[in-house]
Design a protein around this ligand. Structure first.
Ligand code: DOR
Ligand code: ZN
Length: 349
């Protein structure tokens, strides 16, 4: 019987939403993860420390009664964000990081940043106080091909910012290209990258070959196979500045299965099982813990989790629900297109 015991994982990039979806999805993350960086792209967005406090309360209320899951709150950076408010939230321990969405890049990003100069005073303050910045790394220039938007963002935004504020701790969120991997590797100790579960498993064919499959559509969009392989290498090599951010991003099925579907993959229920499969395929099960449980805390300067969880390989494939129910609508769970044999033992010790 094959088992693997690792320190309890954290999710360094998670969308929990609010209202009925929050209630439906939060228990899945809380079942496996101890902490998660909570994305602030609600409508309206979580901009101020007071917004984060209210959202945190909603999340805690949606958790199972015995859960000790810890939401790590982020603030949505707008051109009107106040450095003092952000600093106060960080110093109080209420807020862990700030999220920068280029305006128009993705779901609910309209209030994001159009001109980076407008937020430089906030970024300078964050560099001073050591507060991490999570960046959605895609340009929104309509002239740039959607498959190139990450690479162009690195060139136009990330590299200049990296040079201008070397002390700023930057997380390049959901890296999807070899360009992103190369950037993080070359950028030194104040830069890290998160990688999603699904970008380790699918390439762009999953979305487009043989029919349009909207449940594989997310942003940044999955790229060609060479990029997926570069991500797998970065994640499974045990490199210290890459770690898991699932980017589990639920949308109800009617908003995915329509003429202009939303971006987002809901993978919270089967993420750890899928990752064990990927790391085993790569002969790297001994490095899964670094990716899920050690590298993230190290970059965020937080302690690693005390408890451990055990992953178990089952001879028979494990049943994972293909859909969950949220307030009368369904949400489709990520289908990795391979049978899932790993399960997560609860009762971490
Ligand atoms: O696919 C995505 N979904 N990418 C994002 O950046 C946002 C997310 C969402 O909120 O749905
Ligand atoms: Zn996201």
């Amino acid at each position: 019987m094959k088992t693997l015991t690792i320190r309890q994982p954290d999710d360094w990039h998670l969308h929990l939403r609010d209202a009925a979806i929050l209630k439906a999805v939060a228990p899945f993350s809380a079942a496996h993860f101890k902490r998660a960086i909570i994305m602030p792209n609600l409508v309206p967005p979580v901009v101020t420390a007071a917004d984060a406090m209210a959202y945190r309360e909603q999340i805690v209320a949606a958790l199972p009664p015995d859960s000790d899951f810890q939401p790590l709150m982020t603030l949505y950076l707008t051109e009107g964000s106040r450095a003092d408010d952000i600093e106060a939230g960080f110093r109080d321990g209420l807020v862990t990081a700030v999220k920068l969405y280029p305006a128009g890049a993705t779901t609910n990003s309209q209030s994001g940043v159009r001109n980076i100069e407008a937020v430089m005073p906030v970024l300078e303050r964050m560099a001073e106080i050591g507060m991490p910045l999570c960046m959605h790394g895609e340009v929104t220039d309509p002239a740039i091909d959607i498959f190139d938007r990450e690479a162009v963002f690195i060139e136009r935004v990330l590299q200049p910012l990296r040079r201008r504020l070397p002390e700023l701790r930057i997380v390049m969120e959901h890296v999807t290209t070899k360009d992103g991997v190369d950037f993080v590797q070359a950028a030194g100790e104040n830069t890290a990258g998160t990688i999603t579960t699904h970008h380790l498993i699918i390439n762009r064919n999953a979305i487009l070959a043989g029919g349009i499959r909207p449940h594989y559509y997310c942003l940044p969009v999955a790229k060609r196979e060479t990029h997926r392989l570069a991500l797998r290498k970065a994640a499974t090599a045990g490199e210290g500045r890459f770690f898991l951010g699932t980017d589990s991003a639920p949308h109800v099925d009617p908003l995915k299965e329509c003429a202009c579907g939303c971006a987002g993959v809901f993978n919270a229920p089967n993420t750890l099982a899928c990752l064990a499969h990927v790391f085993e395929e790569e002969g790297a099960l001994d490095r899964l813990e670094a990716f899920t449980s050690l590298n993230g805390p190290s970059f965020y300067k937080l302690p690693v989790n005390e408890r451990h969880v055990t992953l178990r390989w089952n001879d028979e494939p494990v049943e994972v629900p293909s859909k969950i129910n949220a307030g009368g609508e369904t949400i489709t769970v990520f289908d990795p297109m391979f049978p899932i044999h790993w399960s997560v033992e609860s009762g971490a010790s």
